[in-house]
Design a protein around this ligand. Structure first.
Ligand SMILES: Cc1ncc(COP(=O)(O)O)c(C=O)c1O
Length: 398
């Protein structure tokens, strides 16, 4: 089949591929210790579900304005102001079909052939492909485990060229859990302003940070409005991944362009999901610290468990719900090697140990594995037992 160059430039999300392989095994009755999914294992809070049911009963099932119902756009701005100290109005907000949709649309309206987009690595799988789909070129800036995978302003400035259009900064980060501290974030903003580069903050994990980190938005910094774009989502914060509601905050002219694009593509996000998101923004947030407390316990268990495996190192993630161990000691041709690459290793782990996780290559980080700890302590313990057993086998399986 003759497909466009555009679609041939990108690949299917590698995380989706891992999840599909694990699901296939599970559906045939195999007990898989599943560290694959990047989504909360908690249900959507009751009051949010009730708001959606009420919306259905009240027949809120028609098209809505393309950019989202006005009460939701207002509520997102009020929530973002209250929680993260920004100062947006509804006309500077558009509701989308999830954070990923927001990122895709921003790239579509700002990036074109010849433009470079800076992406700190390790990166979320979708960033480079979305940039490529928009005809841009991703430029990677490496972050280091000894810095907690947090990117520095000096490294960003070094990567900027006259072609640089935009920087994507995802803090807390998927896959590393790296958090950019506020003072460094402000230095990065100053660099972006100096070089006239857009700073796009992906805040999808904003409320899942561990001490000493706190939820933070660069939109709270003075003078940030002209070149900052904020991407947010109810997916992780409110355990609403399947509802598909995200948003973009930014200058009004950009929001107008995003609404124009949505008007010729998705139209509005699902009406009922918008009413659920409205309740998420306006209602009790008690579920958020409860989830965070549970993630904190799991983080401790998984990081300590991984560190106890010989040849495995693992930083403490500052946020999100992923552990990102380095297992390069187990790769290669040597006597303790199990596989040549992390991709091979993750296939072997699924096949032999019945453990599902995502290889670092998917995130531009060979030598690493990503384990989501959005799963119960019991399953974490079971998965760790299987990993210990697997890695303690001396024979090479290359
Ligand atoms: C870093 C990051 N950004 C954005 C998203 C998009 O989430 P959603 O489209 O569900 O809002 C994800 C989801 O995994 C993510 O990990």
């Amino acid at each position: 089949m003759h497909l466009t160059d555009r679609i041939n430039r990108i690949q299917i999300s590698p995380t989706a591929a891992v999840i599909a392989a694990a699901d296939k095994l599970k559906s045939s009755g195999v007990d898989v210790a599943d560290f694959g999914p990047g989504e909360p294992d908690f249900p959507t809070p009751e009051h949010i579900k009730k708001a959606a049911i009420k919306a259905i009963e009240e027949n809120k099932s028609k098209y809505t304005p393309t950019g989202g119902i006005m009460p939701l756009r207002e509520a997102i701005c009020a929530w973002h102001k209250r929680e993260l100290g920004s100062g947006y109005e509804a006309k500077e907000c558009v509701v989308s079909v999830g954070g990923k949709h927001s990122i895709f649309n921003v790239m579509s309206v700002l990036v074109q052939q010849g433009d470079e987009v800076i992406v700190p690595a390790p990166y979320w799988v979708s960033f480079p492909d979305i940039v490529k789909y928009a005809h841009g070129t991703p430029v990677f800036v490496e972050t280091k485990p000894e810095d907690g995978f947090s990117v520095k302003a000096a490294a960003i400035e070094k990567a900027i060229t006259p072609k640089t259009k935009l920087l994507i900064l995802n803090s807390p980060s998927n896959p590393t859990g790296g958090v950019v501290p506020p003072d460094e974030f402000e230095r990065i903003l100053a660099v972006c302003k100096k070089h006239n580069v857009w700073l796009m903050g992906d805040e999808c994990y904003s409320h899942f940070t561990y001490e000493p980190h706190k939820p933070y938005s660069i939109a709270s910094a003075a003078g940030s409005k002209e070149n900052v774009i904020i991407i947010g989502s109810v997916s992780k914060t409110f355990a609403m991944t399947g509802w598909r509601i995200g948003y973009t905050l930014g200058p009004e002219a950009l929001i107008q362009a995003l609404i124009k694009l949505q008007s010729q593509s998705t139209s509005n996000a699902t009406s009922i999901a918008q009413y659920a998101a409205l309740e998420a923004m306006r209602g009790s947030m008690d579920s958020v610290p409860q989830m965070l407390a549970e993630y904190a316990k799991r983080r401790k268990r998984i990081v300590e468990g991984l560190r106890a495996i010989p040849g495995v190192t693992c930083e403490w993630p500052g946020g999100a719900f992923y552990a990102f161990p380095n297992i390069s000691a187990h790769l290669g041709e040597g006597k303790h090697a199990h596989a040549k690459t992390c991709t091979d290793l993750s296939k072997l782990l699924l096949e032999k140990a019945r453990v599902a996780l995502v290889p670092g290559e998917a995130f531009g980080a060979p030598g690493y594995l990503r384990l989501s700890y959005a799963t119960s302590i019991e399953r974490i313990d079971e998965g760790l037992r299987r990993l210990e057993r697997f890695f303690s086998r001396a024979e090479a399986a290359v």
